[in-house]
Design a protein around this ligand. Structure first.
Ligand SMILES: [Zn+2]
Length: 234
């Protein structure tokens, strides 16, 4: 019943595309309220990194011994469509945008072996205080979008953000590295023994936040770490 009610309400009160503002048409019962219209989806500039090893994203993490592979879905440029969507998802109370972008990314990724052998998806956690301010973690929605398509379980209990570092946007270069030192802690690391973990974030700029998280994950003995983000700055 719920899905039918949602469908009817989406026909009566059409949603508007988060990218261009045009009303979006409900195309299927399964996705009654598309947040992004087909034209905007067409305009997303893909990085094509799923099948490309030694890509620009992997270069950022290659030093880490547990690192396996990394890919991003789209390029992120200031004021372009992708940055507009991701900012709205993060600060504009529209995390469902990330859900849709992640579904699209998962479908793209399935054309390669990128998601093969991954045991668990871990969204990069927010500090509790920021989580309460925002009301949600935008990366949780990315994990959920991937999970819907790939059916890989999500874990949000083994890593936590223990220090509320200043927003990365306020800092640059080396400040970023210091800004994110020791901001993560792990719980029950023995439960992650030899798991292949996919760390998930919205945007990768210098990769410093994810590198810091990977350092904390060295406590996961024998674990392998891969990385996925919706977007990558150039
Ligand atoms: Zn649009």
């Amino acid at each position: 019943m719920d899905i039918i009610r949602q469908y009817l309400s989406s026909v009566l009160f059409p949603a508007h595309c988060a990218g261009c503002g045009q009303p979006t048409e409900t195309q299927s019962l399964a996705i009654p309220n598309p947040a992004i219209c087909p034209e905007c989806i067409e305009r997303l500039e893909r990085t094509e990194q799923f099948a490309l090893r030694n890509n620009l994203t992997e270069d950022l993490f290659a030093q880490n011994k547990q690192f396996e592979r990394a890919a991003t879905f789209c390029f992120y440029d200031k004021h372009d469509l992708v940055s507009c969507l991701i900012q709205k998802a993060k600060y504009g109370r529209h995390p469902e945008i990330n859900l849709e972008l992640a579904r699209l990314a998962a479908l793209d990724g399935l054309q390669s072996d990128f998601f093969e052998d991954i045991d668990v998806i871990i969204p990069i956690p927010l500090h509790t205080r920021r989580y309460k301010q925002r009301g949600y973690n935008q990366s949780d929605y990315i994990a959920r979008g991937l999970n819907e398509i790939l059916h890989i379980p999500i874990d949000t209990t083994h890593i936590e953000r223990v220090r509320n570092n200043p927003q990365q946007a306020l800092t640059t270069g080396k400040e970023r590295e210091r800004n994110v030192e020791n901001i993560f802690a792990v719980n029950h690391p023995e439960e992650m023994y030899r798991k292949h973990i996919l760390l998930v974030d919205d945007v990768i700029t210098t990769g410093s936040t994810i590198r810091s998280c990977m350092e904390a994950m060295s406590a996961f003995r024998g674990a392998h770490i891969s990385v996925f983000a919706l977007a990558k700055t150039r």
